[in-house]
Design a protein around this ligand. Structure first.
Ligand code: IMP
Length: 434
């Protein structure tokens, strides 16, 4: 099964993946890096994961980092250290593809300096997480990435690192007027981290194929969201990887024919971090308004950067595109309880653009920015839905809202999440068919 975000990320994938892994043997990350922030709440205790698959909180579940993920070994050390200090066994269950490109300190320096340059040139920042993700993917595509497998060969590592750093430092110095990243300390640190990483390196594609042959259930955990996809998102205000379900195959090394169910995670309203167009956006800083309600009640602040998330009504015309691209089998609607108490609930169902009415999100970010949202309105509900675990215990108005989402976005609702804890979940159709 593949789990992907249907919006601009932060849909609550971590909680759903953690819940589903009760029935899974393994969880596989296939794209992104530690720009992701997956928050899990288990027995009231919060855990934030960035690079390590969300299955790690279930003892005995194997975790895989596929070739499509860019790995910052320094961050990996930090995240493993935090989890192991909390008593979670990580190293014996984590398998990292040898082909993963590494995120180096110079990628971080380039990411940060480039954002500063965009801002000072008046081009406008992308609003990246500043973790070096974009520059690391650039090196992968340019065929000069230092990869996880190089950590096993100190001589080769030195050669590749020197070549890559030469280029990075040229860009940092001459073009971005920023500090260079020294070779000696970077190399020494990588050698130190190699001791931690190399025992976990594996042929992930082969391992997960064998799981498949044994009939084990695997869950492919997407990061970010469909509208942040490098090809299908609101380019250039996107992340640097393919976040859509199709990339679960290429990003992990399994054939697409072995993937079955696609679960799209859809927040009951919309949020976005960073720059870029957002047709159904509402102001978040005026107390008493819906935008302020979504921001405060939904605690909409970035897990990785702490930035306030932009908030707005659900956009079913954007969702329609996501459900088509992902061939979504079912949707899990999250954070329904955040809408409790709103007298009226709106949905953006299409846009007016250049005098025409359209019912699917356009591809061009400039067109999206000019779209005038068209809304449909529904009555809200006064009762609390927080923690509800049965469909028939939801207020009728909430059920009507969910039914209308399914109808407009073209994909049935399989699950509803009514709170951060594992138990706060309604299941209509279990994605694993159990
Ligand atoms: P990058 O992935 O750091 O290059 O950032 C590119 C864009 O993707 C920015 O708008 C980020 O805010 C956004 N982004 C990256 N990761 C996440 C995520 O996990 N959730 C939400 N937005 C993200």
């Amino acid at each position: 099964m593949v789990v992907v975000g249907n919006q601009w990320g932060d849909e609550g994938k971590g909680k759903v993946v953690d819940w589903l892994t009760d029935q899974a043997h393994g969880v596989v990350r296939f794209q992104g890096g530690h720009n992701a922030g997956h928050t899990l709440v288990i027995n009231g205790q919060k855990t934030a994961l960035q690079l390590i698959p969300s299955g790690v909180m279930r003892p005995g579940v194997a975790c895989y980092i596929g070739n499509g993920v860019v790995v910052d070994p320094s961050h990996l050390q930090l995240e493993i250290g935090r989890l192991e200090a909390a008593g979670v066994d990580v190293c014996s269950r984590l398998h990292i593809s040898e082909s993963c490109p590494l995120v180096l300190p110079s990628h971080v320096a380039l990411d940060v300096a480039r954002e500063a340059r965009r801002e000072s040139c008046g081009v406008g920042k992308i609003g990246t997480t500043g973790k070096g993700i974009g520059p690391a993917y650039e090196d992968k595509v340019a065929r000069r990435a230092v990869r996880a497998q190089d950590l096993k060969h100190p001589q080769r590592l030195a050669e590749k690192l020197r070549e890559t750093l030469d280029l990075h430092n040229f860009m940092l110095r001459a073009y971005l007027h920023a500090d260079e990243v020294p070779f000696a300390s970077t190399y020494a640190r990588l050698l130190e981290l190699a001791g931690l990483v190399t025992p976990m390196l594996a042929d992930v594609g082969d391992l997960i194929y064998k799981c498949h042959v044994r009939g084990e259930r695997l869950l492919f955990e997407g990061a970010q969201g469909t509208l942040l996809d490098i090809d299908h998102g609101t380019y250039p205000f996107v992340t640097s990887s393919n976040c859509v379900a199709g990339n679960a195959a290429a990003g992990s090394g399994i054939g697409p024919g072995y993937l079955d169910y696609v679960l799209g995670i859809t927040k009951a309203y919309t949020t976005r971090v960073g720059s870029g167009p957002f047709p159904s956006e509402l102001p978040i800083d005026v107390p008493g308004t819906v935008g302020h309600h979504l921001h405060t009640v939904g605690q909409e602040r970035g897990t990785v950067t702490g930035r306030p998330r932009r908030c707005g009504w659900l956009d079913t015309a954007a969702l329609k595109r996501a459900n088509i691209i992902n061939s979504t089998s079912g949707q899990c609607i999250t954070k329904l309880d955040v809408l409790d108490g709103l007298a009226e609930i709106r949905m953006c169902v299409g846009y007016r653009l250049d005098g025409k009415v359209i019912d699917i999100l356009p591809l061009d970010a400039d067109d999206i920015a000019r779209c005038e949202p068209m809304y449909e309105s529904m009555p809200g509900w006064t009762q609390s839905t927080a923690g509800v675990t049965r469909w028939d215990a939801l207020p009728q108005a909430a059920r009507n809202y969910l039914d209308r989402i399914a109808e407009l976005s073209g994909t049935p609702i399989a699950m509803v999440s009514t709170g951060p804890d594992r138990e706060h979940t309604i299941v209509l159709q279990h994605p694993f068919g159990v």
